[in-house]
Write a protein that binds this ligand. Sequence first.
Ligand code: AP5
Ligand code: MG
Length: 213
Amino acid sequence: MNIILLGPPGAGKGTQAKRLIDRYGIPQISTGDMLRAALKEGTPLGLEAKKFMDQGTLVPDSVVIGLVKERIQKPDCAKGYMLDGFPRNVSQAESLDAMLGELKQRIDHVVSIEVPSSELLARLTGRRTCRACGAGFHIKFDPPKKDAVCDKCEGELYQRDDDNEATVSSRLQVYEGQTKPLIDYYEKQDKIRRVDGVGDMNEIFGLIVKVLG
Ligand code: AP5
Ligand code: MG
């Protein structure tokens, strides 16, 4: 099963992806995580991407399309995969369709996680992530047992550089202008599965499993 997780910054794509990995045994492919990993390694691609990520704008299409094309051909994607944060505009979606055509693959479901923008700033500015294992937390909505320490591996929790108010505001604008039109794009392919992303994280997971059938 190949799925896309679509939704604004802070909708819960990463949060739900972690649960879906366990449930379906397919990997999460987050272009944001891949770009942050490249930056951490100090590769030219990572350093180039940083400029855009800090501004809350999109990294050039050619960069992310190349990353995804390589990633979905790895052996762990044989049973399927979850795309998180890709595609992010119509041009990336068209490239993805072309790429999948060549590989004789298809997207089965596009899960649209719907959260009103008024909720997103608090979710993003309170997010904390484990440096070691990548587990996600929130200082109010999903706090770790020990301050700044990961419950799962005792790693250090950090705040993402782009989770500040100014960058979040730009990310939300980019979402409205460039990413939201993908709902229409995939509606035309009859692939949109809408899920209310407000409420208990486990209940939202249940709703996603239900729409995936
Ligand atoms: P990326 O890393 O993809 O960030 P994003 O799309 O802005 O999404 P987030 O990761 O912020 O949100 P999420 O939905 O995963 O939320 P989460 O589950 O963590 O991209 C970053 C940057 O990389 C982009 O700005 C761009 O520059 C670049 N980039 C990436 N992909 C690209 C592409 N394809 N093309 C070009 N550029 C690209 O949840 C957030 C918080 O809320 C957490 O603290 C969580 O605990 C909490 N939370 C989750 N669910 C709930 C709930 N139900 N109730 C209360 N709190 C909740
Ligand atoms: Mg994420």
